[in-house]
Design a protein around this ligand. Structure first.
Ligand code: FAD
Length: 280
């Protein structure tokens, strides 16, 4: 048992170097003292656990109704996803993500070869201006206050990130709420999201690094909202330990389904999709 345990520790530390750093930083000797653990990994992890992620077309040789031509193509034509980016499978891990990545890339090449005309992309200049807007917002306003960190005309990406993280943590079943949430908390979280979205238009970037962080925030904000709304839609607790709906703490067989959400022209839509048992 001792040698098995040593091997397990070695495997664990191989992939979690930061754990050793944390022990060193907090004077923990794991063989002598206790180490705190979190009950969950508070991230959006598609394939690692939870099964969340993009809804993609399944492979031809597996009997499901979920196929629309190219393997691993999302419901957006020409957009492919794999690994942690795709949902509907809760345990792909590293090797499964790698295999799926190869498959998705091959299917993407097949799509490109069949659709090899240059798309007519309109509005490039507008898109470029939109992408660079946080740099402009910062440059136009940073001299307005004596400290550019504090400014009524923009929000810096680090400040935005902390605010978004706080909303998700406190209202969407994050670590500070011990992974618990409820309808009332999700509803309040969504109200706060409305204001966050308003302020997202005012993100300011002092350099290109900041600009990247702004867009990362922007995309995470939409991901966060989709997550909150999906927790609300699913009236049960499907993954106890990862998050609990305190007002619906049980797994309900009626909810043994996938929940898909789409956002189009300002409207969110939710549908249930049957789980097809491959090995009943
Ligand atoms: C804490 C933890 C423990 C885990 N333990 C295990 C384990 O024991 N065994 C196991 O097999 N699996 C484990 N996994 C799961 C495994 O790590 C993932 O399933 C796998 O890494 C997913 O691979 P991926 O290529 O899909 O995504 P990732 O490895 O996340 O790769 C995505 C890449 O895209 C980059 N990226 C993101 N946005 C952009 C952008 N806009 N432009 C350019 N690049 C971008 C990211 O920087 C990243 O490098 C664990 C995961 C976590 C989080």
């Amino acid at each position: 048992m001792k040698s098995l345990e040593a091997e397990a520790w070695e495997d664990f530390l191989d992939m979690t170097v930061s754990q050793a750093i944390l022990w060193a930083a907090s004077n923990i000797y794991p063989e002598k003292s206790r180490s705190e653990i979190a009950a969950c990994e508070p991230y959006f992890i598609g394939s690692h656990s939870g099964g969340s992620g993009a809804w993609v077309s399944g492979p031809e040789d597996i009997n499901t109704p979920y196929k629309w031509g190219y393997g691993n193509m999302t419901t957006v034509k020409g957009l492919f996803s794999a690994g942690d980016g795709t949902g509907a499978s809760s345990h792909k891990f590293s090797s499964g993500s790698h295999a799926e990545g190869r498959w998705a890339a091959k299917e993407a090449v097949r799509f490109i070869l069949a659709n090899n005309t240059l798309p007519n992309v309109a509005g490039v200049d507008e898109l470029k201006a939109k992408c660079l807007k946080p740099l402009d917002t910062y440059a136009a306003n940073c001299k307005f206050t004596s400290d550019p960190m504090i400014n009524p005309n923009y929000i810096l990406p680090m400040q935005f990130m902390f605010r978004m993280q706080k909303i998700m943590d406190e209202y969407a079943g994050g670590v500070v709420s011990a992974f618990k949430t409820s309808k009332a908390l999700c509803d309040r979280g969504l109200e706060l999201m409305v204001m966050l979205k308003e302020d997202a238009e005012k993100m300011g970037a002092k350099d290109r690094y900041d600009l990247e962080r702004c867009w990362e925030n922007y995309q995470r904000m939409w991901q966060g909202e989709a997550h909150l709304r999906t927790i609300l839609f699913r009236e049960e607790t499907r993954w106890p330990g990862y998050y609990f709906r305190a007002d619906k703490p049980k797994m309900d067989p009626a909810w043994k389904v996938f929940c898909n959400c789409t956002y189009k022209n300002g409207t969110w839509e939710f549908v249930k999709r049957d789980v097809v048992e491959l090995m009943p």
